[in-house]
Every structure is written in structure tokens, then in C-alpha cells.
Design a protein around this ligand. Structure first.
Ligand code: WTA
Length: 664
């Protein structure tokens, strides 16, 4: 460790440990620089070398096309992602290797080998086929963290079906919106899932989304029995998972699909009230998630890798399922909460399975710090050799704690920056090659041309804040925002909602991908991610749009108007604050306050519930009628006006008097 001259503060730096670098896939800074240079200057040969390591049913002839805002990769190539995640490993003699060590929250466990995972996938794919589902159809998956979740995803991919996984923390309304947007023909779910000793009623939530025939596209609901909680099965529509696979053969011919065939849709929050269906393609997504997994997590045949994310988010898609299985790596999968039954559940699991590579979110690490060092100290964590973080900026103190207490003072840490839209990690240390600085995601991965620019697209000076952009496409880049008809006969050459896609990512600075994050680069060119520049909040690493919460609140009969902002929270990074004006006949009360908080929880999901909800006679607005979010943020942060409503009125009045019109 050395003290380097930072730009604003003294920054510690950590060089890759010598032993680690010696055995690493990428073992020196020079090697990284050369890979990065080649990937941009000679992309054809760089990517050919990588893609040659995968199974293609038809080789690609052209690396990429870039027709703003659309990109296509590995043109003319055909493949099936599941062959690359399963069949080829079994054929290479790894059939008995463990794909997942699974741990249920109540303590039940299962081990699934690559052969079993392939057979389960095939049986279930045959079951889906028997329902009449065909390549290109959309299938919603709403499941707990059990092995059947990756099985369901892989079975879809094997048939060319497009899965849309919905995080189990979302409620009925969110399910309905997503099912409708994608016109899903089937939903795969479970009776329930365990969370902190309670059953999450997943099937009931699905039923709630399907009431009153609000989702006419849904023909089938497949239900896995996990918790044996009481549920209703609709005649002719609902079928038990086990009945569906009964008698199905354990092999299933994989559908050879063009590299651009959509693999999945994953909804994520943006600046409007309506989440965007981010579409990823089989070929580019496979290559990028596999390569990033291998180099960033430095995966070796004996590694036991554990990513604690939920598969319902992109981190789980890329770094529990596809990228990790593509490397034939043994993963750990855990169903429940980190503090159930006690705050050392994670460390017990690391100890039990001898986890070597551990990937989690800063919000979890902040909770561990709060719970106290005694919990990790109770366990032997010496199997760990590499740690990772994702989802939010990590505070340097938190980074240092992670390294010291979890990493035994010696594990490198990879702080990985990416997004649902990027499909894979784009800015990150490569642990054997890049010296780390706590709080910095360091440098772009090979193939990634990243920069920090001003509003005109010019690079800002070192240490100045600007907008994070990616200047050319990469293999797992978002292919578009889903719109009905995508990839269907009669819609050839259409890739979803072009205007929404273009406006969202390529308009503000024409022609480059705008990530929506503010960042700066230091004197060494290292990237420091500051946070979102749009109205997207990051609550415990989960993305949520303020507009989504606002449009939810105004659906409540008592609410006239609502403004939602994020404010700093010690554990979750950001928390949701809502400011609400009531309709004439409604009175402010603590009951109504609680009711509105629950309303958001029930309509969207518990994790979005406002931590602070305040009534106000009026929202502070500019003369042009824009809500002055900065003032609200100050109120929520300083907490000054809790229990009194006059200040808000004053501020609205002050703002109007001063004619503050340029707000945001
Ligand atoms: C934030 C999660 C700082 C960022 C994979 C981004 C980060 C958003 C980091 C995407 C990081 C992700 N440091 N911020 N290492 N990783 N973010 O789509 O604001 O759920 O735009 O994807 O998370 O969130 P998403």
C-alpha cells in the first residue's frame, strides 16, 4: 500500500498482490493496456480470438454494425447460449462438476451438477414446448432464488423464447405492467419464497396481476411448489411444474438462433413513470458476460464463486447465471436474507462452501459494518481470494473495511461499474493487473471506450465532474427498448421503440451512449462514479425512478399531487422521500401517512416504500411550474422541517417571489 497524491484527498492505492498477479488471467498492467489497445484498434482479431472459444452453429462473418442507435454484433453468426453454458461443459467431461451449491433460507440445501442442470433445463424446455410456446414468444419468470429459476431462464433460451424475469420483491401492479408491455404468453412462478422466515406469496401476486382479465396475452401459468403455502390454481391456465415435466425426456435439441436473437427483456427504471424493457441479444451478451466473468473474477477451475444479488436484477442474470455458467464455474446460490436467522448468515455460507470469490453490493457491506465485526469474525473466511462490489459508489471507508475484515487484509477488490443497459461490466479493475484506489471503479474493460465529457461532448479536465459516456458500442450493449412486435413476422428490421431508445441514450450528446451517471477522472485517468444525473434513485443498489413512485402515489384517492426525491441514507445509500398534497376532503393524519407508505409498498414493492412521507399544503415550484426538487432534498436531508409545514409554503413563496426559474 502506498500513499499517492490524490486530486482532492490523499488516496491510498493497492497494487495487485504479487502471488495473485502471477496466476491471473491478466497479470500485469502492460498486458491490460495491450488488450485494451488491441480491442479498440484491431477489434476484429481481438474478438475473433475470444469468440473462437465458444460453440457456434454458424460462424460470424462481420464483427459489428453500428446504425445509430442500433448495433448488431457477430453478424451472420448463429448459436445457442445454453449450449455454451451447459452442453459443451458436459461434453468436455465436466458433467459431474457442481454448477450450483444452493442454500435455502430455512437451511435446506441442494447441489446441482452441470449434467443435472442440463437435464433439468431440457425437461423443462420440453414442457414449455408442449404448451405450444415458440421461438420469439415472451415468458415472464417471477420466482424465488431456487435452482428452478436459472432452469426456467435456460429452458427459455434453449427454445429461443425471450424471458422477462421480474424481481420477487415486486408486487402485482409491477407484474401486470411488465406482462402487458411484453404481451407474455406464459408466466413461470412458485407458490412462494422464503424471506426472513416468512413466505412471500408469489403465486397470489401473480393472480393479483391477472385479475379481471387484465393480461389477456397470458395462456399458461406454471407453478413450482416451494413453500407449500395455500394457493389457488385456475383450471385450464395453471399447471404445476412437476406435472409439466412429468415424462419429458432429458434431452432437447437447442434452437440455433441468430446472434442478434433477443435473449431477454429486463425492465429497469428511467426518468418516466414507465419502466423500460431493456433487450439483450444472445450472441453479444454471451461473449461479454463470459469474458468479463473470466477476467474480472479471474475464474479458475477450482473457484467457488458467490454473487449475493437476486437473479431478478441484471447482476444476477449476468453474474449468477449466464457469464458464470459459461465459464463452467461452481456457484453458490442463496435464497434468503443476509441477517436470517442471524447477521452472520453470509459468513457461515462462505465458511461452509469455502467461497473463493465473493461479489456483493455496498449497501450490504454498510449493513455488515453496522451489525459489527464480531459476526464475520466468528467464521473462517480464509478461502476468499477476491472480493467485488456493484450497484452503487462505494465509500472509501467501506471499501477499506471490506478489504480488512472480510478480505483478511489481502484480497484485491474489484469495484465494478455497469448497468442493466450495458449487460456486462464496463469499468472495473482487473485484479491481477490494475492498481486499485478505494472508491474508484478504475479503468475501462477491453473493448470499452469510456470518457467523461461536458454537455457538448468534449472531455472535461482531470478531476472535473462531467457526464459518463461510452463512445462506441460493445457486444452486450442494450439492443433497444422492447415494443410489441419485436422480432415477430411483419416487423422485420424493427427494433422496438426507436425514438424512446434514441432520446434516452443518444440524444443529449449526439452519437455517444449516455450512461446517466456523473463521474470524474483523476490524474491517472481513473474513473470515479459520482451518481445519477437524472431522476433515478439508487435505493440499496436497486434502481427506481422518482416518476414511478409519484405516479403510484397520485393513484391514491387522497393524493392531489406528489413529489418524490432521494436523500442520503447510511445503509441504503439513498432513501425515498415523498412530499404529498392532499385532496380537499382529506385530512392529514399519521394513519394516512402510514397508509400511503404501504400503498407504494403494495403497488410497486416493499423496497420502494418511502422512508419519509410528508404532507404539505403546496409543493415548492418555480414560476414555470417545475417542482423544486433541490429544496425538497435539502428539507429531507437536514430534517429541519419535520413536524412543521410552514417552511415548505415559505419556500414556495420565496421561490415565486425571486422568480427562480432555472431550477434543474
Ligand atoms: C450505479 C446495476 C458506482 C450507477 C449493475 C448506474 C454504480 C446504476 C456502480 C445502474 C459502481 C452501478 N459504482 N455506481 N461500481 N455500479 N452503479 O441498472 O448509477 O441496476 O447507472 O445495474 O447503478 O443500475 P442497474
Amino acid at each position: 500500500m502506498a500513499e499517492a497524491e490524490g486530486d482532492q484527498v490523499q488516496v491510498s492505492t493497492f497494487e495487485p498482490p504479487v502471488d495473485f498477479a502471477r496466476d491471473a488471467h491478466v497479470g500485469s498492467f502492460e498486458q491490460y493496456e495491450e488488450l485494451h489497445r488491441r480491442s479498440l484498434e484491431e477489434p476484429e482479431s481481438f474478438w475473433r480470438e475470444i469468440t473462437d472459444q465458444f460453440v457456434w452453429t454458424k460462424p460470424w462473418t462481420k464483427l459489428r454494425e453500428w446504425n445509430l442507435p442500433f448495433t448488431r454484433w457477430f453478424v451472420d453468426g448463429e448459436l445457442n447460449i445454453t449450449v455454451n453454458c451447459l452442453d459443451r461443459h458436459v461434453e468436455n467431461g465436466l458433467g459431474d462438476k457442481i454448477a450450483f451449491h444452493w442454500e435455502g433460507e430455512p437451511g435446506d440445501t441442494r447441489t446441482v451438477s452441470f449434467r443435472e442442470l442440463l437435464e433439468d433445463t431440457c425437461r423443462f424446455a420440453n414442457g414449455l414446448k408442449s404448451l405450444g410456446l415458440q421461438s420469439g414468444d415472451r415468458v415472464v419468470i417471477y420466482m424465488p432464488m431456487i435452482p428452478e429459476l436459472p432452469v426456467a431462464m435456460l429452458a427459455c433460451a434453449r427454445l429461443g423464447l425471450v424471458h422477462s424475469v421480474i424481481f420477487g420483491g415486486f408486487s402485482s401492479d409491477a407484474i401486470r405492467d411488465r406482462v402487458q408491455d411484453a404481451s407474455a404468453r406464459a408466466i413461470i412462478t412458485a407458490d412462494g419464497g422464503w424471506r426472513r422466515g416468512k413466505v412471500i406469496p408469489l403465486k397470489d401476486n401473480v393472480d393479483g396481476a391477472l385479475t379481471d382479465d387484465e393480461c389477456p396475452s397470458v395462456e399458461h401459468v406454471v407453478v413450482y411448489e416451494r413453500c407449500k403455502n395455500e394457493i389457488e390454481m385456475a383450471d385450464g391456465r395453471d399447471i404445476w411444474w412437476n406435472d409439466l415435466i412429468e415424462g419429458q425426456p432429458a434431452d432437447c435439441e437447442p434452437e440455433s438462433v441468430p446472434a442478434e436473437h433477443p435473449l431477454y427483456i429486463l425492465y429497469t427504471s428511467g426518468t418516466t413513470g414507465k419502466p423500460k424493457g431493456v433487450v439483450h441479444a444472445q450472441g453479444g451478451y454471451l461473449i461479454q458476460t463470459a469474458l468479463t466473468s473470466k477476467w474480472i473474477f479471474d475464474l479458475k477451475p477450482d473457484d467457488i464463486y458467490w454473487c449475493t444479488a437476486d437473479i431478478g436484477w441484471v447482476t444476477g442474470h449476468s453474474y449468477i447465471v449466464y457469464g458464470i455458467l459459461a465459464n463452467a464455474t461452481t456457484g453458490v446460490m442463496y435464497e434468503g436474507a443476509p441477517d436470517y436467522p442471524a447477521p452472520d448468515r453470509f459468513w457461515e455460507i462462505v465458511d461452509k462452501y469455502n467461497v473463493t470469490v465473493f461479489y456483493t453490493a455496498p449497501t450490504a457491506i454498510r449493513a455488515f459494518i453496522k451489525w459489527g465485526d464480531e459476526w464475520p469474525e466468528k467464521h473462517d473466511l480464509s478461502s476468499l481470494r477476491l472480493l467485488g462490489t456493484v450497484g452503487e459508489p462505494i465509500n472509501p471507508d467501506v471499501w477499506l473495511w471490506y478489504r480488512r475484515v472480510i478480505g483478511g487484509g489481502s484480497c484485491p477488490i474489484v469495484d465494478t461499474w455497469w448497468q442493466t443497459e450495458t449487460g456486462g461490466i464496463l469499468i472495473t479493475p482487473i485484479p491481477g493487473a490494475i492498481t486499485t484506489k478505494p472508491g474508484s471503479a478504475t479503468l475501462p474493460f477491453p473493448g470499452v471506450d469510456a470518457d467523461v465529457v461536458d454537455e457538448s461532448g468534449n472531455p472535461v479536465a482531470p478531476n472535473e465532474r462531467g457526464l459518463l459516456v461510452i463512445k462506441r458500442p460493445w457486444p452486450s450493449m442494450i439492443r433497444g427498448i422492447y415494443k410489441d412486435g419485436w422480432g415477430q413476422p411483419g416487423h422485420e428490421g424493427e427494433f422496438g421503440d426507436r425514438d424512446r431508445f434514441f432520446d434516452q441514450y443518444f440524444k443529449r450528446i449526439e452519437g455517444v451512449y449516455l450512461a446517466g451517471d456523473a463521474a470524474r477522472r483523476d490524474n491517472d485517468g481513473y474513473f470515479w462514479i459520482i451518481g445519477r444525473v437524472d431522476d433515478v434513485l439508487n435505493v440499496a443498489g436497486h434502481r427506481i425512478g422518482t416518476a414511478e413512485v409519484e405516479s403510484c402515489l397520485v393513484q391514491h384517492p387522497a393524493v392531489a399531487e406528489a413529489a418524490v426525491i432521494g436523500f442520503p441514507d447510511e445503509i441504503t445509500g439513498e432513501a425515498v422521500a415523498a412530499f404529498v398534497t392532499l385532496r380537499g376532503s382529506f385530512e392529514e393524519s399519521s394513519e394516512l401517512q402510514a397508509e400511503l407508505v404501504n400503498f407504494v409498498g403494495e403497488r410497486i414493492g416493499r423496497f420502494v416504500r418511502p422512508k419519509l412521507l410528508r404532507f404539505t399544503p403546496a409543493l415548492p415550484k418555480t414560476r414555470s411550474g417545475k417542482i423544486m426538487r433541490r429544496l425538497l432534498r435539502e428539507i429531507a436531508t437536514s430534517g429541519k422541517v419535520v413536524g412543521d409545514t410552514t417552511t415548505l409554503e415559505d419556500m414556495a413563496a420565496v421561490a415565486a417571489l425571486q422568480g427562480i426559474d432555472e431550477e434543474e
